[in-house]
Design a protein around this ligand. Structure first.
Ligand code: GRF
Length: 203
């Protein structure tokens, strides 16, 4: 059983997918704390509906610098006894206080097949390119945005003539399955970062 701290900024659909997998008994974990970078994030309301403990950080705090916010996040997560920090639509970079406080224990989900389409507009950029295969990546976060060791990816064929909204919902569907599956592998202690920075999943 692992203890998770989840970082969100928006709708929190991945947060809820993870919590529902826990409630169904498919993920041997607990969400100890949800921290939002936006006080009005929809995900906070959804977290409350599931009885989760939450906290929101103000824009003014982030304006003081990422370091100030990240020191608070790291200390709150430590106090909550969290094993892994799970970024779920968290639209800020994580910096040293979090990365050093939780070495190789910060996970991110990205709505594209990394290393393609890094950055905050991945789905739209992939759609504008007319990609024929799309997908989702889950990786360890490090100092370099969207470039940490890849833990898992799942690809699918893009239907002809798909709209941006349709592509978004196909990607979210994959995210909501893949994130709990990957976290379960972490719960089973089957995920190893190799010396060359690739990840191996043990049988
Ligand atoms: C997801 O597509 C995730 O890959 C990206 O931001 C989105 C968050 O969605 N990083 P939600 O807040 O979990 O609904």
């Amino acid at each position: 059983m692992i203890k998770l701290g989840v970082l969100i900024s928006g709708t929190g659909s991945n947060l809820i997918a993870i919590q529902e997998a826990i409630e169904r008994g498919e993920l041997d974990a607990s969400i100890e704390l949800v921290i939002s970078s936006r006080p009005n994030a929809k995900g906070l309301t959804r977290a409350h509906e599931h009885g989760l403990k939450t906290m929101a950080l103000s824009k003014e705090l982030y304006d003081l610098g990422a370091q100030a916010a990240d020191e608070i996040i790291a200390s709150q997560m430590m106090e909550a006894g969290v094993d892994f920090i799970v970024m779920a639509g968290y639209m800020r970079k994580v910096t040293q206080p979090i990365l050093q406080g939780f070495p190789n224990r910060v996970i991110n989900i990205h709505p594209a097949l990394l290393p393609s389409f890094q950055g905050a507009h991945a789905i739209e950029e992939a759609w504008l390119k007319g990609v024929k295969v799309a997908g989702v990546s889950i990786h360890f976060a490090n100092e370099v945005y969207d470039q940490g060791p890849i833990i898992a990816q799942r690809a699918f064929d893009v239907p002809e003539g798909v709209t941006l909204e349709e592509l978004e919902s196909l990607i979210h569907e994959v995210e909501h399955k893949l994130y709990p599956e990957v976290l379960q592998k972490l719960a089973e202690d089957r995920v190893r970062i190799m010396p060359d920075n690739t990840v191996r999943i043990l049988d």
